[in-house]
Ligand binder design. Sequence first.
Ligand code: OSB
Ligand code: MG
Length: 368
Amino acid sequence: MKLKEINLYKVSMRMKNPFTTSFGTEQNRKFILVEVKDDQELTGWGECVTTERPLYIEEFTDSSWVMLEKFLIPLVLNREIGHPDELQKDFSPYKRNNLAKSAIEGAVWDLYAKSKGISLSEALGGAKNEIEVGVSLGIEDNIQDLLENIQQKSDEGYRRIKIKIKPGKDVEVIDQVRQRFPDLPLMVDANSAYTLEDLPTLKEMDKYNLMMIEQPLTAGDLIDHAKLQKEVETPICLDESIHSYEDARQAIELGSGKIINMKVGRVGGLTQAKKIHGLCQEANIPLWCGGMLESGVGRAHNIAITSLANFTLPGDTASSSRYWEKDIIEPEVVVDNGLLQVPTKPGIGFEVNLDEVLKHTIEHKTFH
Ligand code: OSB
Ligand code: MG
């Protein structure tokens, strides 16, 4: 494969509803789409899943734009690429910036699968035709609104419900949810809002039969997560703490958690995600695929990685319509009774609607 042209589209898309986590509220999504073209008229797409402000991790949309333009695109443009796995090594001198690296690597993976005439799932070694999905629900001011959201999503058939928590919006909220939904597969996500000083609060959560507590402590606090996991029965799931194979290896060795939320962007791309998947499979650490409020392009990549065997828990890849009035892919992602079919068409298996992309584009640059 030789990349003859790369396009960056900075898009601004408004979600139907605001989404609130312990770190803030998001409704206007500003992110980057990467389109790569080879000399055979094939096109691959990737999504840079940043948020506008560096609240989730250190990257943000404008920083990734610079990273892509100045450092990553020059490494891949007009160069012969045998396999997308090669990019890891090319990108490795540049520290972190995983969301930017993943976006371009993802586009190359899509192109590669198309050049072989196989689905992205098959190119990655996927083992499932169908995946189970849950849904992530934001913090609400009013508990009735949350309970209604949960009712609606559980009626739609989502296989588990994740609710966001933060100090002051935790045990009481969980208690009310459990009273109304005693048997619901339920988990909570704190997005790093706690410290070990909150141990009594976190221990109380053991009463509620939660599937897991996601990222209670700060990213990088693998030692404190290990201390916490010894004190609570509920499995801890790591999200923001895991940026690489090495992070996953050390977390497993330390006992920092029992489950990992895989986000392709956060670990720097599908190649690294595959590697971490292998490690976790051997170590009996179940995985599920997290979400970053993606458009259909990012969602398509998430579906493909989730088709690997050790993604044994429902992920956050909800229907397009949960987020968008109209998604930028065709067909849109439609979850039916908590299940998604893994596409079998070449590449990501969805068509990107370029007119729709351009409608939302606020900056566009072409590289030759
Ligand atoms: O922590 O998983 C997270 C969204 C943005 C940033 C971080 C997270 C999330 C979600 C939403 O939980 C997942 C989704 O529906 O895409
Ligand atoms: Mg999370």
